[in-house]
Design a protein around this ligand. Structure first.
Ligand code: GDP
Length: 296
């Protein structure tokens, strides 16, 4: 995964700085240039990289340190702190509570991995002792219901959908009501995606959202789109009161850093990342441990 390379490059820059006989402004500048190069290579936006660099310099504030301070540690802490800040919008997302019915609606473009991610999310909470269920409110794409049905059967999660009903809001409400009666505590509504962000898609999202009153709307985004993630996340955020993001396809491509930092720039917390096509290929995204692990 290219993110591991990013971590490796930043860790190497810090290690090189650590070996300098005297840590001064010049050594710090070299270290910051290396870190900036690594971030740009991982497709992080130029403006973000420029801010990260300036903030690390300001936080470390070498000139103001009393004699005898371990400057290496100060710089290391400043780097870790700044990477965390880059990825953390500082707003925690809604999390479901066991035994209390919650509705979570998934939105995203077709092909982003939305349907796969619905099942991964359901499976994650089932393992935590929840009683989840899946509702297919995608009447736009032929085969959407079959796909959800197949995925949920494989994961042994109850599902609801229709081959004949064409109103997504109606199916969504029926599904949510059915599972509320069955005492499911996490009802996941998969909505339609289209190829592009278009008015009809956003209108449909609004209708399903109004009909089901979700506790949380999760925007699913393909991580391989890199910096374009910023505009896409922004557009969905404005149209559907997105409360959290899941970035998929973080396995084996070049642009994960770009997607993660771009999403964070829209002030939406990333809660999980998808790391493969199978149900267990799913990781909680928690900024601090992620950054620590990234740096090795
Ligand atoms: P939807 O159209 O948004 O519902 O997307 P799907 O769930 O049908 O997924 C589209 C394709 O992406 C499928 O081939 C999935 O197997 C694949 N996919 C989904 N999530 C991931 C992921 O995290 N990593 C990889 N490599 N593939 C994924």
């Amino acid at each position: 995964m290219v993110l591991a390379q990013l971590g490796g490059s930043i860790a190497a820059a810090l290690a090189r700085m650590g070996k300098a006989t005297v840590v001064d402004d010049k050594v710090l500048a070299e270290c910051l240039n290396e870190i900036s190069r690594a971030l740009l290579q991982a497709d992080v936006r130029f403006e973000t990289v420029r801010d990260v660099k300036a903030n690390i310099k300001a936080t470390a504030n070498l000139d103001a340190l009393p004699a005898g301070t371990d400057k290496r540690r100060v710089i290391q802490k400043a780097v870790v702190g700044e990477l965390c800040r880059m990825l953390d919008p500082g707003k925690p997302a809604f999390t479901p509570t066991k035994g209390k019915p919650s509705v979570v609606m998934f939105v995203g473009l077709q092909g982003s991995g939305k349907t796969t991610t619905c099942t991964k999310y359901a499976d994650y909470y089932r393992r935590k002792g929840f009683n989840p269920a899946l509702v297919c409110a995608d009447t736009f794409r032929a085969g959407a219901f079959d796909q959800l049905k197949q995925n949920s059967s494989k994961a042994k999660i109850p599902f609801y959908g229709s081959y004949t009903e064409s109103d997504p809001a109606k199916i969504a409400v029926e599904g949510v009501d059915t599972f509320r009666k069955e005492k499911c505590d996490l009802i996941i509504v998969d909505t339609s995606g289209r190829h592009k962000q278009e008015a009809a898609l956003f209108e449909e999202m609004r209708q399903v959202s109004e009909a089901t009153k979700p506790n949380l709307v999760i925007f699913v985004m393909d991580g391989s789109i890199g910096q374009a993630a910023f505009d896409q996340a922004q557009a969905f955020k404005h149209s559907a009161s997105v409360g959290a993001v899941i970035v998929t396809k973080m396995d084996g491509h070049a642009r994960g850093g770009g997607a993660l930092s771009a999403v964070a720039a829209t002030k939406s917390p990333v809660i999980f990342i998808g790391t493969g096509e199978h149900i267990p290929d799913f990781e909680v995204f928690d900024v601090k441990p992620f950054v620590s692990r990234l740096l090795g």
